[in-house]
Design a protein around this ligand. Structure first.
Ligand code: CU
Length: 233
């Protein structure tokens, strides 16, 4: 529990977290001499340098991933948050830039420059490319189909309503399949779907996507469904 984890900056130095003394120690890979040390909050575990586990670390920033954070945050509830600390490591001396609350010490966390993801992310699921057999591509195509005791609901979601939004005639003993298509085409407008009394899960439906939730009512009544991505539907 003394020295714990080591990351590299690609410029000939290594940075080791030290649990017992709550600090990061920087040393040269040439002669293994310590060149700097900086305190962290009680208690550092893992640490990360973006790309620090690769052949070419980015070597600009370092994050201390702390746990059992003590004497740092106000008592706001039954549990206390943990802290992480951001350091500038471009100079000879490490420099604390920021500390912020987070979950406790994510193990082997890594970071990369945002542009590596930004240019390659899939921003929408085009409705025209949606090949789900239960997709509903327009509000005028929504329908409820009964086959014996199986009911298929072809449903759409767009801010802030589902269609159909009032379904009658479901009976105890039925299996109801809600096939919900999110009609949004902006990449950052997901919708959700939850049914009161469903024992399995809820759905997260990304723009242009269709997902299905099964529900089996166990007693007669009126049951609300609602969007769990808080669009007010
Ligand atoms: Cu919604």
């Amino acid at each position: 529990l003394g020295p714990l984890h080591t990351e590299f900056d690609g410029k000939g130095y290594a940075y080791t977290s030290v649990f017992t003394s709550s600090e990061i120690v920087k040393f040269s890979l040439k002669d293994f001499k310590v060149v700097d040390r900086i305190p962290t909050y009680y208690s550092i575990g893992h640490l990360l340098i973006p790309g620090g586990d690769t052949e070419k670390p980015y070597g600009k920033y370092m994050i201390a991933l702390n746990k059992i954070t003590k004497d740092r945050y106000l008592p706001t509830g039954p549990e206390l948050t943990q802290s992480a600390q951001l350091y500038d490591i471009t100079g000879d001396k490490m420099k604390l830039l920021l500390d912020f609350p987070t979950t406790g010490e994510p193990h082997y966390a890594q970071a990369i420059p945002a542009e590596l993801i930004r240019e390659r992310q899939l921003k929408t699921y085009g409705l025209t490319e949606n090949t789900d057999p239960y997709a509903t591509r327009s509000e005028k195509d929504v329908k409820v189909e009964r086959k014996g005791t199986t009911v298929h609901v072809y449903m759409t979601a767009i801010r802030s309503h589902f269609l159909p939004d009032n379904i009658e005639g479901i009976e105890v003993g039925d299996s109801v399949f809600f096939h919900v298509t999110n009609l949004e085409q902006d990449w950052d407008v997901p919708h959700g779907f939850a049914m009161l009394g469903a024992q399995n899960a809820e759905l997260l439906i990304m723009p242009g996507q269709t997902r299905t939730l099964t529900w089996q009512p166990v007693r007669a009544g009126i049951y609300p469904f609602y969007c769990t991505d808080f669009c007010s539907a």
